[in-house]
Design a protein around this ligand. Structure first.
Ligand SMILES: [Zn+2]
Length: 243
């Protein structure tokens, strides 16, 4: 059994007062975050045991997907964490996280060794194994500079696919193939966008997605204004699913 908790279901601009992207997967002793957006900390404190998080997977280099990490690192340092934290993500994530962390708290990050080890795993070198969790990053179409990926996560006997931020491309059927749950962005409702998926476009391609279940997330104002017209499951902040 695996639990999927949505801690942030908005776009970069916290549409509808929702938080930035952050999804927690819990299976046995494994606790994984898919993205840790800039506003993740209040929801993490409300719903999660931060000390239990083993792995954070960052889909791409935008602040609404990794901007919460400096706060998570600092919180765990002052909580005297000793077990390592794995951070998996795009090749430049380690450098970008260092720059961001120092930009936010130079007095801390430029001078203080963390109380725990951070183990970085880079996308682009095939599947990534962390304990009994297997990650398969899949490049998707979004702002190229952000090195965008979706990810397939095998944990607890289930396969969870996550789009990250992506407009429609053949990468999405590849990503979703055989998944028990496909967590898919739907920033827009009917407006095509070179960086983000639009609900109407997703529905036009629905039959190409060979997965058991789809739930939408990463909502912008346009999708939220039409939420009662959306025929697929919709995530909301705090929602928990069991698979
Ligand atoms: Zn985003």
């Amino acid at each position: 059994m695996i639990r999927v908790r949505f801690l942030g279901t908005a776009n970069a601009f916290s549409a509808g007062g929702r938080s930035n992207a952050c999804i927690q997967l819990t299976a046995g002793r494994s606790s994984i975050l898919l993205d840790c957006g800039g506003s993740a900390m209040p929801m993490l404190k409300r719903f999660s045991d931060l000390a239990a998080i083993d792995t954070v997977v960052v889909s791409h280099l935008h602040g609404d997907h990794f901007g919460g990490l400096p706060y998570l690192l600092m919180d765990q340092h002052f909580a005297k964490r000793s077990r390592p934290l794995v951070i998996a993500g795009p090749r430049e994530l380690e450098a970008r996280l260092q720059q961001t962390s120092i930009g936010l708290y130079q007095d801390f990050f430029a001078t203080t060794p963390l109380s725990f080890a951070v183990e970085h795993r880079r996308f682009g070198d095939g599947d990534i194994s962390v304990g009994n969790v297997s990650l398969r990053p899949v490049p998707v179409t979004h702002v190229p500079e952000s090195d965008p990926h979706g990810v397939r996560v095998e944990v607890g006997g289930k396969l969870i696919a996550y789009s990250g931020d992506a407009t429609w491309s053949s990468a999405l059927p590849e990503l979703a193939h055989g998944a028990d749950l496909f967590i898919c962005e739907a920033t827009n409702f009917s407006t095509d966008d070179p960086a983000h998926l639009c609900y109407r476009t997703l529905m036009a391609h629905r039959r190409e997605l060979d997965c058991k279940r789809i739930i939408l997330t990463h909502f912008g104002d346009e999708t939220l204004a039409h939420l009662d017209e959306v025929e697929l499951e919709r995530a909301e902040d705090g929602l928990e699913l069991e698979l």
